[in-house]
Design a protein around this ligand. Structure first.
Ligand SMILES: *Cc1c(COP(=O)(O)O)cnc(C)c1O
Length: 356
């Protein structure tokens, strides 16, 4: 077990607080990154791939596509790769709802709050975001189906949902997919799929097979721990997959990312053992918070949500003061990534102190 002892934060860096001694360790639990350092075997492959940096990468990512096709038991033509799954979200929005004079009338619907890339990239493409409020911190699929109009081109279902960690289950999701017209593409964003332990949460790969308008979005950023290399993938039937590939940046997925992703699929057992440890830590963190009286919605991701409303900022500040960066949504809640045990203990300490 090798957790990095020091986290180098990129976002959510705790603000210096004069009342607190200088912090030597800073735990960044703000971005849902993997708590573990990269696998040595994957780093070795990346180093070797660095020997070829003067060359362009494989534009068609053939090895990675073939590895994914085999791993997921899908045809290679059903796979589209992107510069992170954020890159694919952009490709989805552009291919389904963007570009062209009619773009302003086109709608992209999803639950809210959810992943911030949805509104950002929808607006950037000239389409209209339609945000359907969550119910009990969970995607309200009946309301979402009801929000589909003639102008809807694309729907995102984030499962588990970021930032709340909640899930929609098989029966309700199938009912929803039956209601959405086939001309609307439904993206099942499964960025946290590997952390799901609820057997009633369907694997999107099963659902897409006989539904031409359903696409599955996955990433190497979270469970596989490669957020810094930027590689994600979508699985969809033709012509959706072909349209996605058509929107990709040529040579956008660099050679280091391709090599690391292939190596990570090869080291899956080792990586999933780490995921299992994080799932256990998630259980410990949620149980500990509830024991001190905090309300924590059921989470199936590598993070949890505290719906603290106007107390959110105070909670975030208290975490900062002990060297833990969390993601504060002012007036709504706090999202906390499950980190190494030491970092989670600090969160539990803050929560216990604020509760008493
Ligand atoms: C983190 C995350 C992603 C993944 O983004 P990458 O671009 O692959 O790093 C996608 N969707 C959701 C909901 C996320 O939280």
């Amino acid at each position: 077990m090798s957790y990095p002892s020091v986290y180098l934060p990129t976002r959510g860096r705790p603000k210096r607080n004069d009342e607190v001694p200088a912090l030597t360790t800073i735990h960044d639990l703000s971005a849902n990154e993997n708590a573990y350092a990269p696998l040595p075997s994957v780093l070795e492959v990346v180093r070797a791939a660095g020997e070829r940096l003067q060359r362009y990468p494989d534009r068609f990512c053939r090895e990675l596509t073939a590895s994914l096709a085999e791993r997921l038991a899908v045809p290679a033509e059903h796979i589209a790769l992107g510069v992170g799954s954020v890159g694919l979200i952009q490709q989805f929005v552009r291919s389904a709802a963007g570009a062209g004079e009619e773009a302003p009338g086109r709608e992209v619907a999803y639950g809210w709050p959810s992943f911030e890339a949805y509104p950002h990239l929808t607006r950037a493409s000239g389409a209209e975001p339609v945000q359907v409020p969550l119910r009990a911190h969970t995607f309200d699929l009946d309301a979402l189906a009801g929000a589909v109009t003639e102008r809807t081109r694309l729907v995102f279902v984030c499962n588990p949902n970021n930032p709340t960690g909640t899930v929609v289950r098989r029966a309700e999701l199938e009912r929803f997919l039956d209601r959405v017209p086939e001309r609307v593409t439904v993206v099942l964003d499964e960025a946290y799929r590997e952390f799901v332990r609820d057997a009633e949460v369907p694997d999107g790969i099963e659902l897409y097979r006989d539904r031409p308008n359903v696409a599955v979005l996955r990433t190497f950023s979270k469970a596989y721990g490669l957020a810094g290399l930027r590689v994600g993938y979508a699985v969809a039937n033709e012509p959706v997959a072909a349209a996605l590939r058509g929107q990709g940046t040529p040579f956008g997925i660099n050679g280091l990312a391709q090599a690391a992703a292939v190596a990570s699929l090869g080291a899956e057992a080792e990586l999933m053992a780490r995921v299992e440890e994080l799932v256990k830590e998630r259980g410990r963190l949620v149980a500990g918070l509830r024991a001190t009286g905090w309300t924590v919605p059921e989470t199936e991701a590598n993070f949890l949500w505290l719906p603290l409303l106007e107390e959110s900022e105070a909670f975030g500040a208290a975490c900062s003061a002990v060297g833990v960066g969390v993601r504060t949504f002012p007036g709504e809640g706090v999202r906390i990534t499950v980190g190494a045990p030491e970092a989670n203990d600090l969160v539990l300490g803050v929560a216990a102190r604020l509760a008493s």
